[in-house]
Ligand binder design. Structure first.
Ligand SMILES: Cc1cc2nc3c(=O)[nH]c(=O)nc-3n(C[C@H](O)[C@H](O)[C@H](O)COP(=O)(O)OP(=O)(O)OC[C@H]3O[C@@H](n4cnc5c(N)ncnc54)[C@H](O)[C@@H]3O)c2cc1C
Length: 423
């Protein structure tokens, strides 16, 4: 098939000459083994060229779907091309849950873990931290298995792999017993609460998100996803840190309908229908948008927000909404939360690539003192030296890439820039 596809946002037209969609593992092996340059495409939800290729692109979405729970090991093995929303209900009905999900269920498992995609929660890691094992087709067309139980440090290097080590076909994820959450939205959190109570607010639920449009120094919405206590009906006070409980369903972006969002107003529901903000059956977020995100040590949250507040007149005209979330520290080499409990500051921009590009440098300058790491799948201006300095295991990952893929088969424009050969 000829590929002149775009990503979900439409800001990237892929340059790959062909998009392949094999229906069997052997077909995929022949394809990878025989191609000079090939790159996996997930569901295309990244905002930069990370999934692009100068030659071939391949999707694993047409490989036979799989969702197999192993109760003895507390794992589920799924096809990497599946979207979370395609197997989460089945997992719940089997009595299990994933600990975390991103804001939308539409993204593929393979793509989400490759970029370190995260949700929110002070005690919950990003989606890649659930990975117990990966099955992947490596550059020579061979099927390899790499697992947390048997591959130690190398496994920690391979999970957030940016698609650079091979085409992932199956992913085994840790599961926990299924659980229920209630979701409450608070409006108009005063700026003063940020200065004094931000850590407590961020830790006030299983998963908490703050939303601001930067037009003032207050927070327009706080979304609290709280574990349901089976012995007590869900309850939330009308006033909380000076904010007011919303009396109807909200969308994070002002003026958009809350009907496309997961159920709020404290109605209890299973993890997969509360952790994402957006419902599978609707377009998530704004649809017409670009995104950027920077992840920094959590202790700098208030100072980093104050630093960005100094350039709010640059940010506000371009932003539809910003989201502030937390991620627990992990040990995955290229995870933006590697080694540090994290606060993530996200921007949903208007769809104007040039204007957004012009403000990213200012944002990165302001966040510079706090050692930010950009989200791998979103827009950023960070140069290669800064990336290298931001990741303690950067050189180890470059060496892993060279070992798995000595000819650079899985490279592309961005990877070649971020990890030039010999880095
Ligand atoms: C509306 C919207 C909301 C979002 N919300 C969040 C959020 O809440 N949290 C967050 O952290 N991010 C979020 N993102 C970003 C998104 O999660 C990441 O960009 C993610 O990588 C997208 O997954 P994908 O399947 O679309 O991957 P793609 O964009 O298709 O690919 C991303 C990378 O994964 C690699 N890849 C894909 N499949 C495979 C495979 N089978 N084997 C090997 N490599 C593979 C690709 O080569 C590429 O390097 C959001 C994006 C959008 C559009």
């Amino acid at each position: 098939m000829t590929s002149r596809l775009t990503n979900w946002a439409g800001n990237v037209t892929f340059r790959a000459a062909r998009l392949h969609s094999p229906t069997s593992l052997t077909e995929l092996q022949d394809l990878v083994g025989g191609s000079p340059r090939i790159r996996a495409l997930g569901s295309g939800h990244s905002f930069n060229r990370i999934a692009d290729s100068t030659s071939d692109q391949v999707t694993v979405a047409a490989l036979p779907p799989m969702c197999s729970v192993d109760p003895d090991r507390s794992t589920v093995t799924v096809s990497a091309g599946m979207r979370y929303g395609e197997f989460a209900a089945q997992l719940h009905e089997s009595g299990y849950a994933l600990r975390n999900l991103g804001s939308l269920p539409h993204i593929s498992v393979g793509g989400a873990i490759a970029t370190g995609t995260h949700g929110s929660g002070t005690t919950v890691g990003n989606l890649a931290t659930a990975v117990r094992a990966l099955q992947l087709v490596t550059a020579d067309g061979v099927v390899s298995e790499i697992s947390r139980d048997t591959h130690g440090d190398e496994f920690r290097g391979a999970v957030v792999g940016l698609g650079a080590l091979g085409v992932v076909t199956r992913v085994t994820l840790d599961v926990v017993p299924t659980f229920q959450l209630s979701q409450w939205v608070y409006e108009d959190l005063p700026a003063a609460a940020l200065a004094t109570d931000l850590p407590a607010i961020l830790a006030s639920g299983y998963s908490v998100s703050l939303f601001t449009d930067w037009r003032s120094d207050s927070i327009q919405q706080v979304w609290r996803k709280v574990l349901v206590d089976p012995d007590e009906p869900p309850h939330a006070p009308d006033r909380w840190y000076g904010a007011t409980l919303a009396d109807r369903a909200r969308h994070p972006i002002a003026g958009l309908s809350g009907d496309v969002c997961t159920e709020q107003l404290g109605v209890p529901g299973p993890w997969h229908l509360r952790l994402p903000h957006f419902r599978m059956e609707f377009t998530p977020s704004a649809g017409k948008e670009l995104q950027s995100e920077y992840l920094l040590p959590r202790e700098h949250a208030a100072a980093a927000l104050a630093a960005l507040g100094e350039i709010r007149d640059r940010i506000a005209p371009l932003v539809q909404v910003s989201e502030i979330r937390t991620v627990a520290a992990d040990q995955l080499w290229l995870s933006p939360s590697y080694g540090r409990d994290t606060v993530a500051i996200h921007f949903t921009w208007v769809p104007d690539t040039a204007a957004v590009g012009s403000v990213l440098g200012d944002i990165e300058d302001r966040l510079g003192p706090f050692a930010p790491r950009p989200h791998w799948g979103k827009l950023f201006a960070t140069d290669q030296q800064t990336l290298a300095a931001a990741y303690e295991r950067y050189a180890d990952f470059a060496a892993l890439m060279a070992r798995y893929d000595p000819t650079g088969k899985f490279g592309n424009e961005l990877l070649d820039r971020w990890f030039p050969s010999g880095s």
